[in-house]
Design a protein around this ligand. Structure first.
Ligand code: AMP
Ligand code: MG
Length: 267
């Protein structure tokens, strides 16, 4: 899995990363799907432990171009987890109140508490992506943000949060197919916004913004993973595997039960 992890300050050229890569899986797509179901059960158990122990905080950040598969990951990878301990925070265009604060204000409010796993569907990284591409603030403002973000995430990890960041990397061709599908399939139309077509025209600018983001904000404590995401099953398989591997490292334990209850009989 480490091959997908971005090393601190590693220069990234996204066009060199194969969005169709499936190299860590040598069996069929169907077998991968059943493997994800197995991993899912493992994740459920680990999340139960996380919730019971109430010690660690887990933050998962999902970033991607439109149609990159953020919603699909949330549906498939986290299927069956206990909603009492898992939350999705989606970040849209900031509200007027959010705009009146610094860009990390709304983010900090949504970070996980002890025992909680929070998935960010978009994140503070929009403030060096869409904000940069559309010149919503001048360059000297957005370019200072990498440093703020690293410091912010360092504070969170020092205080007991595990941060995993996934960039779902799709090709421009696959985005075309997926956008067309959103237009052609009535049950998918609700997801389509004509703004998506305007953003698509800025594909290259976004890739450049993503490359800088990956290079400047992948740290030892809060790494980025570049996930080949043209194939949903491989994307889900990788993300499930990485999350499970990291949760296992925490060596979580159920809290000590009350003493002497082993032989109690309930009348
Ligand atoms: P969606 O995720 O499809 O619901 O779209 C949410 C939209 O909100 C995307 O177009 C994002 O680029 C936009 N967005 C999220 N965060 C920000 C931000 N900080 N500034 C401007 N736009 C944002
Ligand atoms: Mg959208």
């Amino acid at each position: 899995m480490d091959k997908y992890r971005v090393k601190p300050d590693e220069k990234i050229n996204l066009s060199k990363f194969d969005t169709k890569d499936t190299s860590l899986w040598d069996k069929s797509k169907e077998k991968a799907k059943s493997e994800v179901i197995k991993l899912n059960e493992e994740l459920e158990k680990l999340q139960e432990l996380l919730y019971a122990e109430r010690k660690h905080k887990i933050l998962i950040v999902l970033q991607a171009m439109d149609t990159g598969g953020k919603d699909g990951v949330i549906r498939s990878v986290f299927e069956g987890v206990n909603p009492a301990g898992v939350r999705v925070a989606s970040f849209k265009v900031p509200s007027p109140i959010e705009m009146d604060h610094d860009y990390l204000w709304r983010i900090h409010q949504q970070t996980p508490s002890k025992g909680e796993l929070v998935i960010f569907n978009r994140s503070h990284y929009e403030d060096v992506l869409v904000v940069r591409v559309h010149n919503l603030v001048p360059k000297n403002i957005w370019s200072s943000r990498y440093e703020h973000i690293n410091a912010f995430e360092k504070m969170l990890t020092d205080e007991g949060t595990t941060i995993l960041k996934f960039f779902l990397h799709i090709s421009k061709d696959v985005q075309k197919e997926r956008l067309q599908e959103r237009i052609d399939m009535p049950e998918k139309r609700w997801k389509f916004s004509s703004g998506d077509l305007k953003e698509r025209l800025l594909w290259e600018d976004y890739q450049k913004a993503y490359e800088d983001m990956l290079q400047k904000t992948s740290t030892e404590n809060a790494p980025w993973y570049i996930i080949p995401a043209d194939r949903n099953w491989y994307r889900n398989y990788l993300i499930s595997s990485i999350i499970i591997k990291e949760l296992k490292k925490l060596d979580m334990k159920y809290p000590q039960p009350e003493e002497g209850i082993e032989n109690l009989k309930v009348e």
